[in-house]
Design a binder for this molecule. Structure first.
Ligand SMILES: Cc1cc2nc3c(=O)[nH]c(=O)nc-3n(C[C@H](O)[C@H](O)[C@H](O)COP(=O)(O)OP(=O)(O)OC[C@H]3O[C@@H](n4cnc5c(N)ncnc54)[C@H](O)[C@@H]3O)c2cc1C
Ligand code: SF4
Length: 361
């Protein structure tokens, strides 16, 4: 078991204060103590003098020139005035998050690409992945009653993947990690026994015993039939067709979940945890909030939407660098990988733009 890693500052950076160790991170951090777009990348972009922020804007289409086989810009719908604007550009970066980026590509259908921009391989919208959550184990821990959670790390614990590694073979493919933590329950035994009144209120101010839990984050395999499409029958309030999602966990994930529960229980029991229980809410796609894969990257334009630089094969001046480019989900939190690929693609795009004859623009 290792403590979960997070990007909290122990020393101040320009424009960002070091972490105050108050464990209020779930509320968002006004100090910039942990990384966020608002505290880190947007201020850096503002400093260049080249950033125009246009909030309340829905990009509805990527505009495509069929002769040049490239995008020429985007169409934007102002969400408040309902006015439509066109922006011209040499290159387009699509980062609306997996589902919205895929929606945008699907909605950018033309005569040339009736199934959406980037659809020539037939894989656009397919292979939707997530991490499956909601199975694991927990229990009661005795002692440590002089300890509490304040002033400690604003993070839980992590158990990295150990299954199907080093020649081990389970009855399912790939694997899972655990994320977990411990907390004190509210109220002592006395509080449970007092029905009402001041005595109850006072008893409730006393923290109860410690509970510990660990939940699996399991890899979902890329299945062609886990799909998002444009729902031709349903529109949102701007008259735009909404996304239809048709995806499920399959046998591989279900087998993995059984082992997540059994392994978790075994570990906690061996660690001396009392009243150990397992849980499995059966899981659904989307519960992991790590959706990815619907505009996959690859070496072959016949089987992928993007090339190795995140460029759409069918329109190389369009870069898609959010989770939609992923080809397998792994079992770890994905956003750092998206950011690394975004930085890599941006670096490539800039180098290409600087060339006299730019293939991408
Ligand atoms: C509760 C929660 C907890 C999470 N915890 C973790 C974690 O611990 N670790 C981790 O790695 N990942 C975590 N994730 C996943 C992580 O948040 C996403 O992977 C990440 O935010 C994706 O970044 P993105 O820039 O692709 O998309 P987003 O951060 O979603 O940004 C996309 C932006 O595009 C805008 N947009 C969408 N459509 C359009 C359009 N048509 N026109 C114009 N703008 C548009 C959206 O408004 C949004 O601002 C979590 C997700 C949730 C919901
Ligand atoms: S504890 Fe969390 S919210 Fe508080 S300063 Fe540190 S990062 Fe920010």
């Amino acid at each position: 078991m290792i403590i979960g890693r997070c990007a909290h500052l122990t020393e101040a950076l320009p424009g960002r204060t070091k972490c105050q160790y108050r464990n209020k991170c779930d509320l968002g951090c006004p100090f910039g103590g942990y990384f966020s777009t608002q505290s880190s990348t947007l201020p850096a972009a503002v400093k260049t003098g080249n950033l125009t922020l246009r909030p309340m804007s829905i990009v509805t289409r990527i505009l495509y020139d069929k002769d040049k086989k490239k995008a020429t810009g985007v169409e934007v719908l102002d969400a408040e005035t309902n006015q439509t604007y066109t922006y011209k550009s040499k290159i387009v970066f699509v980062n609306a998050s997996t589902l919205n980026s895929t929606w945008l590509l699907l909605n950018s259908a033309t005569d040339v690409w009736p199934d959406g921009l980037g659809s020539s391989s037939g894989t656009l919208g397919h292979y939707l992945m997530d991490h499956h959550l909601g199975s694991g184990a927990g229990g009661r821990v005795e002692g440590y009653e002089d300890k509490y959670v304040y002033g400690r790390r604003p993070n839980g614990v992590y158990i990295p993947r150990y299954r199907n590694l080093n020649n081990e073979k389970r009855d399912y493919l790939r694997g899972f990690g655990y994320q977990g933590g411990a907390a004190r329950n509210r109220g002592t035994k006395a509080a449970e026994e007092i029905a009402a009144g001041i005595a109850l209120k006072e008893a409730l101010t006393e923290p109860g015993g410690w509970g510990v839990w660990m939940g699996g984050f399991g890899e979902v395999l890329p299945y062609y039939e886990n799909t998002v499409t444009l729902d031709k029958n349903r529109k949102d309030k701007w008259g735009l067709n909404i996304l239809a999602i048709d995806a499920e966990l399959k046998d591989n994930e279900k087998k993995m979940r059984k082992e997540i529960v059994e392994d978790g229980k075994e570990m906690l029991e061996k660690a001396g945890v009392k009243d150990v229980y397992g849980f499995d809410n059966e899981g659904i796609m989307g519960q992991g909030i790590h959706e990815m894969g619907t505009a996959r990257m690859g070496n072959d334009p016949k089987t992928s939407v993007l090339n190795k630089w995140n460029q759409i094969w069918d329109a190389p001046n369009v870069f898609v660098t959010d989770g939609s480019f992923m080809t397998s989900a792994g079992c770890v939190n994905p956003s750092l990988t998206y950011m690394a690929f975004t930085a890599r693609a941006a670096d490539y795009a800039v180098a290409e733009l600087k060339k006299e004859t730019c293939d991408s623009c």
